[in-house]
Design a protein around this ligand. Structure first.
Ligand SMILES: [Zn+2]
Length: 109
């Protein structure tokens, strides 16, 4: 794996690309990731994808609950929808915090 020193794009291959596909930096800007970092990236890919996928589902839950609040069928329903929104917000922020923790530990790429 090779990482662009300008934008952090990670390229997988025998050598660096001629230029960065993301920012256009020349191949001299790429550095090979060491074995430990490659292991962290590979090991964390499934987990980070799951966290991001969950985040998108909680976004849908938040929007569905908003429709329920606007429907305003009765107070018990509105209260439940509001609780769903609160939990979805808590879950999304917790997922993002965990993703940031992974990035700070090199478990990203
Ligand atoms: Zn780049």
């Amino acid at each position: 794996m090779w990482q662009c020193g300008v934008c952090n794009y990670i390229h997988e291959g025998e050598g660096p690309p001629d230029k960065c596909p993301k920012c256009g930096a020349p191949k001299e800007k790429f550095a090979a990731l060491d074995e430990k970092r490659v292991e962290l990236v590979e090991r964390s890919r499934l987990g980070n994808s799951l966290l991001m996928e969950l985040d998108s589902h909680f976004d849908v839950i938040f929007e569905l609950a908003q429709l329920g609040i606007e429907d305003d069928l009765d107070p018990a329903c509105v209260k439940l929808y509001q609780e769903c929104q609160e939990f979805a917000t808590f879950a999304r922020q917790s997922l993002k915090a965990e993703i940031l923790n992974h990035i700070n530990k090199g478990k990203w790429g």
